[in-house]
Design a protein around this ligand. Structure first.
Ligand SMILES: [Mn+2]
Length: 361
């Protein structure tokens, strides 16, 4: 196990009076052990105790060749895995439970009275994961650099006569060809009205002259996610669309400016939102400004008006304001990832945010 990460978690457990905890989420287990284990419906539980007596309870179906730095406790399909896990739990003390742990396991643990109190332990892991160490920061940089390159290749394809679904397939292929293990979320390749719907599901729409095109894409490189959005126009751009574009671009710039240690997460949201509201488009900016990101595309720590957490050095999150005018078929979103540094932030994406009109072929 990564001793630095584990000790950061144990530290927080002590602070919060949580002497023991069960971590079951595979990304969290990977984060600590460096090993992806996908147990499907079977129990996989990393039991942490502040006294240092940690165990990983794991099904025999998942043999481990490497030493994971934690004692492994094996069970098979005919054994009561939760009962085996419960033998390590200090019954008269509170226990933290992973928020994604299936109820079938937690209810059994409660039946066995393994723990005096059952608490949500996930926030402890989430807060530790929110602040990336130097190695992770480097992986996030590399993932976003690779994403810039994919974006550069995608933009010229916008006008090739592809439907959204076909462009989506091209995007996935570009990630596969450039060493990614996959996309970090379903790509958004949305033409015209589709782009004015921020939750649009990719369909058979084809681009036409004057369309705004929202390209929101990301891949997974060396287990870390990228995520960026650019909006381009086909053939021409109306005065209205240009105005909307420039408002979003300036809002996003203001968000980046507010992304620094000591500010609150909501200050970043407000910097974007206040400007868009000032320009008269407040009601058309219908989502939060961004989200934290790392091994998963969406991690704990929203950039929203209600998150008053203080921004810390090492955090990585997206800044992605948008304006969506459904009636006019105009949708504009611009997104970069930022890494918080001592005196501000490093923008991890470098692809231009100047307005691009791709030639209509
Ligand atoms: Mn995003």
């Amino acid at each position: 196990m990564d001793q630095t990460k584990v000790s950061r978690i144990l530290e927080k457990m002590k602070e919060q009076g949580m002497p023991q905890m069960i971590i079951s989420d595979p990304p969290a287990i990977y984060y600590l052990t460096g090993k992806w284990i996908h147990p499907g419906e079977r129990l996989l539980a990393l039991y942490l105790n502040v006294n240092g007596d940690h165990k990983l309870v794991i099904n025999k179906l998942f043999p481990q060749e490497k030493d994971l730095g934690v004692e492994l406790v094996w069970y098979d399909d005919v054994e009561d895995a939760v009962e085996i896990l419960s033998r390590f739990v200090e019954k008269d003390k509170p226990i933290g439970i992973d928020k994604t742990w299936p109820a079938r396991f937690l209810l059994r643990l409660q039946e066995l009275k393994a723990g005096s109190e059952f608490r949500n332990g996930s926030l402890i892991v989430d807060y530790v994961r929110m602040v990336k160490d130097e190695h992770e920061q480097q992986l996030m940089r590399e993932a976003s650099l690779a994403n810039d390159k994919v974006m550069e290749q995608v933009i010229p394809l916008v006008v090739k006569g592809y439907t959204e679904k076909e462009l989506d397939a091209k995007v996935r292929a570009l990630y596969a060809e450039s060493g990614h293990s996959g996309v970090s979320f379903d790509p958004i390749t949305a033409y015209g009205k589709s782009g004015a719907d921020p939750h649009h599901a990719t369909d058979d729409t084809k681009g036409k002259r004057g369309d705004s095109v929202v390209i929101d894409i990301g891949g997974i490189l060396n287990d870390y996610c990228s995520d960026m959005t650019r909006t381009v126009f086909i053939g021409e751009v109306s005065d209205k669309a240009r105005e909307v574009y420039e408002v979003v671009k300036e809002a996003q710039r203001r968000g980046i400016e507010a992304a620094k240690p000591g500010n609150r997460m909501c200050d970043v949201d407000l910097a974007c939102r206040n400007y868009i509201t000032e320009k008269g488009y407040g009601e058309y900016f219908t989502h939060r400004t961004g989200h934290s990101i790392g091994m998963e595309d969406h991690e704990y720590g929203d950039v929203s008006s209600v998150n008053e957490d203080i921004i810390q050095v090492g955090q990585v999150f997206s800044i992605e304001p948008g304006i969506y005018l459904m009636d006019e078929g105009i949708g504009v979103r611009i997104e970069d990832l930022v890494l918080i540094t001592e005196d501000g932030c490093e923008v991890l994406n470098h692809f231009t945010k100047d307005l691009i009109v791709v030639p209509e072929e």
